[in-house]
Design a protein around this ligand. Structure first.
Ligand SMILES: *Cc1c(COP(=O)(O)O)cnc(C)c1O
Length: 829
């Protein structure tokens, strides 16, 4: 196949004009001559025509960036992830390419409003929550920092399910996000790869008498790449996210074909296409399904082959220098099979000896851990591996045998330690511990916040830390300030830039220039700050009214908890507080009351009973409280359905109080906490994950800290007595009394029994009841603080002004300094 990159080099100055007139012209041409629509059509086509207009203007930079990536001396990093939670693209590209105003003007002549056209875009929901959103923020920052980083992922036909609420219950609906054409992808069928499954292995001696292995009788699946552009901020860089789609090979099952069952043999192709059909909707838990392992290997194999193909185009078949120019970042253990796959490709396909292949593998792989929850640690049954990936299992066994010899040398006679550290878990049915495979095969292992990285070294990975302390490091997460401030909060962005210039957008450390403006004398600035918050609250109130039918008065404190619904994130603790406030109102204990609107949102994994039932509880509590005339504006509660990236873009700028209330030691980092802080929310939070670093940055007088710390949680766990705690606390007893009375579920008796029982169980891993008193006291301080609006606004400004560290630009610079060691590309706007 000819290499298009070589043949189609176009002159450098082939950029299209960006003025409003040119945009208007192209918009009209796309709408009328390309899409065959005209004014009065479904507004979806306005979005499509504008996106195609914008995409044309990305192409030149995209090609130039690609040529820079391809330079033979360019070291590159690859971010391998089963999830990229991208959200909408149009507004982000408009911001990055600095053509927002021109585009708004261009479509104004068609009486179209840019903000409305943007909402036609479906979210690209190729992820569950924080881990997938992190991958998307990372790519944004890499492009802005001009780092040659490629994302590799899967092009799921169905992304994260859409969540409806019916009678208070979550109902899942498939997210067929590709139903209407996706203007943000470019199919590159010329780079199709073949991925093998099944079959068996054959061992033989080659002509030189060396032992070799073939993997034969495999069922093959084709991987077709779809490229998504990732634009940098005002810098001429457009990096690539390459997403693989699975399709059947053209070969038919000949036996069936000849037996006259042509339709059946065509139908069998479906099996292959199923691999990238749907994103698994589990956050922080594994589900062990065969199709999921297929997805993982499909991503690893297609991506590695693609990279090796590019290598051969530059360097021929000599892979000895491969590790000098390539580095892989594994986003959790999901793509960890890449360790064994790289070994297979180097040995079986490129004829390399084990030692050299292992040296290369160990110098190219880096692993990021995202969780301490045991239920989230991936283990695959050896039986499944043997059937699906027999050659990979052989390689894993060999990696393990050699590794355990190393352990034996380090700790002679310590068979207990060898058993503990083995990649193969011999307990209850053999399984492969993917985290251990990732650690053994990598030169870097990192956690995602200081506390989390330290807990990994002391707990989960302690043996490995003892063996290889130099591998372990921390990279505290971040979020991109482009999407989460500049795009999501234009009013606050304009205000900040008016006072300190706009350099903070690409260097968030400069946001600390706002700090002096928090001083009491800057009254006008404070008023403008409060006004921006207020108009953002108005927008959120409109959304809440639309989606939930609940009125949120904008003078109330907006108290928000949005994130996946999970026991460790303790939405139930939030509910206990809500019910406590309700009790206070009912008994007339409302002196110096602060009106509150509590918003909760998030999806529960479809198979996670406790999480789904929590959603029902929140909705029932909301219904009772919102309809009680005795409550009025003092307390409003709403559950926002279908929480996703585009809803967070409305929520974060409008939030006064950010709820980050996980059980200490359970939230690895959190990133929602950072989006809220950047947008001037104050945090009520436990000493957990990146909350600790947020607290350090903003100071404890601007943060509402509560709850047990990690050591205290573990200490109390030993004789935890939730019933005793409830009995000893009048308020908490009243809350449980009301819950147990069936007040919130008169028509459906007993439905909350499991939730209540779990909180009262001495073995409750999340220790919800233990933190109630401290949480309620902190909430009382919040209410008090909100009454003094002047001080509150100053604290709000200080939160934004102290958020510089939490930009993914900083995170990516640290990955690059310590792990990737890439030279930024020589590209200019
Ligand atoms: C940021 C974000 C998350 C992560 O939130 P946490 O509070 O850190 O769990 C999850 N989902 C979406 C849509 C997000 O934007």
């Amino acid at each position: 196949m000819s290499n298009c990159d070589e043949l189609c080099i176009i002159p450098e100055n082939d950029k299209l004009p960006n003025d409003a007139k040119a945009l208007e012209h192209d918009f009209r041409r796309y709408l009328v001559h390309h899409l065959g629509r005209f004014l009065g059509c479904n507004p979806l086509y306005f979005y499509e025509a504008l996106s195609l207009t914008v995409r044309d203007r990305i192409m030149t930079d995209w090609r130039n960036t690609w040529l820079e990536h391809r330079r033979p001396d360019q070291r590159r990093a690859y971010y391998l992830s089963l999830e990229f939670l991208i959200g909408r693209a149009l507004g982000n590209h408009l911001l990055n390419m600095d053509i927002r105003d021109e585009s708004a003007e261009a479509i104004q002549n068609f009486s179209l409003v840019l903000e409305e056209v943007q909402t036609e875009e479906p979210d690209a929901g190729l992820g569950n929550g924080g881990l997938g959103r992190l991958a998307a923020c990372f790519l944004d920052s890499c492009a802005t920092l001009k780092l040659p980083v490629l994302g590799y992922g899967l092009r799921y036909e169905y992304g994260m399910f859409r969540q409806h609420i019916e009678n208070g219950y979550q109902v899942e609906e498939p997210d067929h996000w590709l139903r209407n054409a996706n203007p943000w992808e470019l199919e590159r069928a010329e780079y199709t790869q073949t991925v093998h499954f099944g079959g068996h292995t054959e061992h033989f001696l080659n002509r030189r008498g060396e032992p070799r292995t073939r993997w034969v009788d495999t069922e093959d699946v084709l991987a077709i790449p779809f490229d998504v552009p990732v634009s940098g901020y005002h810098n001429g860089v457009v990096n690539t996210l390459r997403l693989w789609k699975a399709t059947a090979t053209d070969e038919f099952n000949l036996d069936e074909f000849n037996a006259g069952s042509y339709p059946e043999s065509v139908a069998a192709k479906n099996d292959a296409e199923h691999i990238t059909m749907v994103l698994y909707p589990n956050d922080s838990s594994e589900n062990g399904k065969e199709l999921r392992l297929r997805q993982q290997y499909f991503l690893a194999s297609a991506s590695l082959q693609d990279i090796m193909r590019q290598w051969e185009a530059n360097h021929g078949d000599d892979f000895s220098d491969f590790a000098t120019y390539n580095v892989f970042q594994l986003n959790d253990t999901h793509p960890a099979i890449a360790v064994a796959e790289l070994m297979r490709l180097l040995m079986d396909e490129k004829k390399m000896q084990w030692e050299q292949a292992w040296e290369i593998t160990r110098n190219t792989m880096a692993y990021t851990n995202h969780t301490l929850l045991p239920e989230a640690l991936e283990r695959w049954s050896v039986h499944l591996f043997e059937r699906l990936l027999p050659r990979l299992l052989e390689i894993i066994y060999e990696i393990n045998a050699r590794f355990l010899k190393e352990v034996a040398i380090h700790w002679p006679g310590d068979s207990e330690r060898r058993r503990r550290m083995s990649i193969i878990d011999e307990n209850d049915g053999k399984s492969v511990r993917m985290a251990y495979l990732a650690i053994v095969g990598s030169f870097s292992v990192n956690g995602v916040a200081e506390l989390h990285s330290n807990l990994l070294k002391q707990g989960l990975f302690r043996d490995f830390y003892d063996l290889w302390p130099e591998k372990f490091n921390n990279k505290t997460n971040g979020v991109t300030p482009r999407r989460w401030i500049a795009h999501a909060n234009p009013e606050m962005t304009a205000l900040i830039s008016k006072h300190i210039g706009d350099g903070w957008i690409s260097d968030l450390s400069r946001i600390d220039k706002l700090k002096p403006l928090a001083a009491p004398e800057h009254r006008d600035f404070h008023r403008a700050w409060a006004n921006a918050k207020r108009s953002n609250k108005q927008e959120l109130a409109t959304l809440v009214k639309q989606e939930c039918g609940v009125d949120f008065p904008v003078d109330s404190l907006f108290d928000v908890q949005v994130k996946r619904i999970h026991e460790y994130k303790r939405q139930l603790l939030n509910v206990l507080h809500i019910v406590h406030l309700y009790n206070r109102i009912r008994r007339g204990d409302t002196r110096d009351w602060t009106n509150r609107c509590v918003l909760i949102g998030g999806k529960a994994a479809p198979g996670y009973f406790m999480a789904k039932r929590t959603i029902k509880l929140i909705n029932n509590v909301a219904d009772i409280i919102n309809c009680d005339p005795a409550v009025g504006d003092r307390l409003k509660v709403a559950f926002l359905p279908n929480y996703r990236v585009s809803s967070m873009e409305v929520i974060a700028p409008a939030t006064d109080l950010s709820e980050q209330i996980s059980t200490a030691g359970k939230e690895a980092s959190g990133t929602g906490n950072m989006k809220f802080m950047m947008n001037g929310a104050l945090t009520i939070g436990t000493y957990d994950g990146a909350n600790i670093e947020i607290l350090d940055a903003v100071g404890e007088e601007n943060f509402f800290l509560f709850g047990l710390r990690v050591e205290e949680v573990e200490e109390m766990r030993r004789d935890y007595d939730p019933r005793g705690i409830i009995a000893a606390d009048e308020d908490l007893a009243a809350v449980f009394h009301l819950l147990e009375s069936g007040h919130f579920n008169i028509d459906e008796p007993g439905i909350f029994d499991q939730l209540i029982a779990a909180m009262k169980d001495p073995r409750d891993p999340w220790m919800t009841v233990a933190d109630f008193r401290s949480y309620v006291d902190a909430q009382e301080q919040v209410s008090c603080a909100y009454q003094d609006q002047e001080t509150w606004v100053r604290k709000s400004i200080l939160n934004t002004a102290s958020s510089g560290f939490f930009s993914t630009d900083r995170t990516m610079q640290e990955y690059n300094r310590d792990i990737w060691k890439l030279r930024p590309m020589d590209i200019h706007a």
